[in-house]
Design a protein around this ligand. Sequence first.
Ligand code: MN
Length: 292
Amino acid sequence: MTVATSTAVQDERVLRPRGVERVVAGMATSDGAGVKLTRVLTQDLQRRLDPYLMLDAFGTDRPEDYIGGFPDHPHRGFETITYMIAGRMRHRDSAGHEGLLSNGGVQWMTAGRGVIHSELPEQEDGVMEGFQLWLNLPARVKMAAPWYRDFQSDDIPQLVTAEGVTARVIAGTSHGVAGAMRRDVTEPLYLDLHFDGPASFAQALPAGHNAFIYVYRGSVKIGETEVPAQRMAILRNETEADGVRLQSDGPARALLIAGCPLGEPIAQYGPFVMNTNEEIFQAVEDFRAGRF
Ligand code: MN
């Protein structure tokens, strides 16, 4: 495992932290073949949280809520990032990629011009918990070739701060530690933060980037705002702010996600996300004609 020790960990300089604009509960729904989940980042927030299009949180120990999985379905025009906290999920796609995602692992798939894939549980009981995040692609690469990579838990760089907070760096850079993935243009930052007890965690953020946190254990404070478990806090964009500071009073876990907005038109029809309606019609037609 790539673990940076406290001595190798650089400080994140945050003098004017962002506050919370809004706390969001998300919406209970189901997708695929009856998988129960919470859509945390819903379609009405796509503009606000550009370049992110969706965040789903799933977590249950009831097999009937996940056993159907996500059978064959298409995507075009964006990237899906699946982060598994607990459980085993098998991915197969039309570009010939296959991978088993399990506890702590990440799967990064660039749908580009189109893939058909399935995501199916490889367990019949026990807990299935994780997240799927959709990251938009810039217009000029929406029709690029599909790409896929999975990272086992040990492949995710991780650091421990002087205050004892563990940060798993899925994408971007934190405290001088480069994450598993890097992307130009959208410059995603994706951290999974583990607080064992009272501590604070600072992360520098470019002022223009949109950012949010999702708490999935315990609770954290940002400024004066308490963000409980199963809630997303959208961080305010302030020109003078240089980052964010999270404070916990006890054990807590939270995702911190940020990225550079694309500022391009968003046209979505289910699993297709393009810039115009014409491109959506084309996607539907290409899929129906078996061109994925
Ligand atoms: Mn999918």
